[in-house]
Design a protein around this ligand. Structure first.
Ligand code: PEP
Length: 251
């Protein structure tokens, strides 16, 4: 089954407004050069409006780094789907390990956010991943099973067409330690089997599963050559136009 590759950059809490617009403009031309793949950047909330305006028409997709579960209400500090849609944002990263481990977001909250995205016509990128302690204790698959089942609670097969998964082992994020291509492929294959058990086989075959964790220009080609790796969620290397461009042009 052919799945359209997807390269996403997560800019986290980096870049001023002017820096964000400059980087977005530097990255945008990569889309015209690579029409066979989806490319997305996720700037901070404060830069979203200007970045969306700056890349309009280029094919570069803009995502948010999180999303609220309700459309409006008394939720200080939260940003909702209508607010994001208004700007031209089409995707949202949900359940990033930094949200889980620094800000205490659990699977139940992540599931609510995911429904908030789906209900508001924003495509969710659901991040999952085990810690080093989980891996060393032999719990990797059990942890991922729980994160996927609880994160996708009450999401039906039709909605799964909009969902992207991102496998990001916590021990590989921002550490310079990439999972080997074999380790990543093993988990991606497990996730596809899990989706087949939860939904129909076609869902498992069509959902895109990204790898994230110290993806760089020098490891992207090997990762993308794996049969179940459909793209990458890139942190540090997405902050330099040259390295993100090379990653997006994986061969
Ligand atoms: C991330 O933040 O999702 C990430 C994978 O970061 P890095 O590429 O820096 O490891």
């Amino acid at each position: 089954m052919e799945r359209r590759p997807f390269i996403a950059g997560n800019w986290k809490m980096h870049l001023t407004l002017a820096e964000a617009v400059q980087l977005a403009q530097a990255v945008a031309p990569t889309c015209a050069a690579c029409p066979d793949r989806d490319i997305m950047i996720a700037p901070s909330f404060t830069s979203l409006a200007a970045v969306c305006a700056a890349v309009k028409g280029s094919g570069l997709q803009v995502g948010a780094q999180n999303i609220a579960w309700d459309r409006e209400g008394a939720y200080t500090g939260e940003i909702s789907s209508p607010m994001l849609k208004d700007l031209g944002v089409s995707l949202a990263i949900i359940g990033h390990s930094e949200r889980r481990h620094i800000f205490g977001e659990d699977n139940a909250m992540i599931n609510r956010r995911l429904h908030g995205a789906l209900d508001g016509d924003i495509r969710p990128i659901l991040c999952i991943g085990e810690t080093l302690a989980d891996r060393e204790a032999g719990k990797t698959f059990a942890v991922l099973d729980t994160q996927v089942r609880e994160g996708l609670q009450a999401v039906n097969s039709a909605q799964m067409e909009c969902v992207v998964l991102a496998y990001e082992p916590v021990w590989a994020i921002g550490t310079g330690k990439t999972a080997s291509k074999e380790q990543a492929q093993e988990v991606h294959a497990f996730l596809r089997q899990l989706l087949a058990a939860m939904y129909e086989k076609t869902v498992a075959e069509t959902v895109r599963i990204l790898y994230g964790g110290s993806v760089k220009p020098d490891n992207i080609d090997d990762l993308m050559a794996q049969p179940d790796i459909d793209g990458a969620l890139v942190g540090g290397a997405a902050l330099k136009a040259e390295s993100f461009d090379r990653i997006a042009r994986f061969r």
